[in-house]
Design a protein around this ligand. Structure first.
Ligand code: NAG
Ligand code: NAG
Ligand code: NAG
Ligand code: NAG
Length: 216
């Protein structure tokens, strides 16, 4: 009797499990698709094109003007999507992460394949932090981090927000300017966009197991 019951029960359990598995797999695929769809778009290319600290200009022979003068270039590499930038937060520090100053580029929209040049000037909280960035060899080095969130826009909709966290070290020569003539690309320091799938994965597995036990 119990053997028959077991035989009768098992197929229907598996059938129901299979049915729900398909429904849930479908939902998971939909969620993952919605969230990962925009990774077809490339994150903006950010670089420091100009950087000047008058206090570090030896020919000026005055260390009073410790302002940081800079230009950050933000380029949209996508030919299919525009980019809505949230406020772009720039953070300046020494290479040993002693805080110097923060600066915010207000939110803006950028069309397909467009480039934006954002000029800025910021007075450090403490002028000593700028002067202390000078290394024993006479060169100075600064850490510049950029943090923002972007939404991509194609013809029909705007995506959710994606974090952009990039940074670089900028060397400054005896003229107080960026030592490297070429622009300095700000690079990703952690994986902020690919983390979404990884964080969903355990949830998917757990949901499937729960459904299995609930049905059987
Ligand atoms: C450094 O200071 C000198 C003297 O004022 C000035 O001529 C020169 O343009 C400055 N350098 C830069 C990169 O601005
Ligand atoms: C730094 O700032 C202080 C006041 O905040 C000022 O007294 C001092 O002269 C400044 N030093 C330099 C080198 O600019
Ligand atoms: C400091 O230098 C910058 C860049 O040359 C200039 O725009 C600014 O007016 C100067 N600030 C002062 C207080 O002289
Ligand atoms: C500067 O910005 C960083 C990150 O963007 C933030 O953690 C920090 O609190 C800010 N500091 C000041 C003094 O605003």
């Amino acid at each position: 009797m119990s053997r028959l019951e077991a035989e009768g029960r098992a197929p229907s359990c598996w059938w129901r499990f299979g049915f729900w598995l398909i429904i849930i797999a479908g939902l998971i695929i939909l969620i993952v698709w919605i969230n990962l769809r925009p990774t077809g778009s490339d994150i903006p290319k950010c670089s420091i094109e100009y950087f000047y600290v008058p206090a570090l200009n030896k020919t000026l022979n005055s260390r009073l003007n410790t302002t940081l003068n800079f230009m950050v270039r933000l380029a949209n590499p996508n030919s299919e999507q525009g980019i809505y930038y949230d406020d772009v937060h720039l953070s300046f520090s020494s290479v040993t992460y002693v805080f110097i100053a923060n600066y915010t580029v207000p939110r803006f929209y950028q069309g397909r394949k467009k480039k934006a040049k954002k000029w800025g000037q910021v007075v450090p909280l403490n002028n000593q932090t700028v002067l202390e960035a000078v290394l024993p060899n006479g060169l100075a080095s600064f850490r510049i981090n950029l943090k923002t969130q972007v939404r991509y826009k194609n013809s029909f909709w705007k995506t959710r927000r994606f974090g952009v966290v990039v940074g670089a070290e900028v060397g400054v020569n005896g003229d107080g300017v960026k030592a490297n003539k070429k622009g300095i690309r700000l690079k990703k320091s952690d994986s902020s966009s690919s983390s979404s799938l990884r964080s969903y994965f355990p949830v998917c597995v757990l949901t499937n197991l729960l459904v299995f036990f609930a049905i059987c």
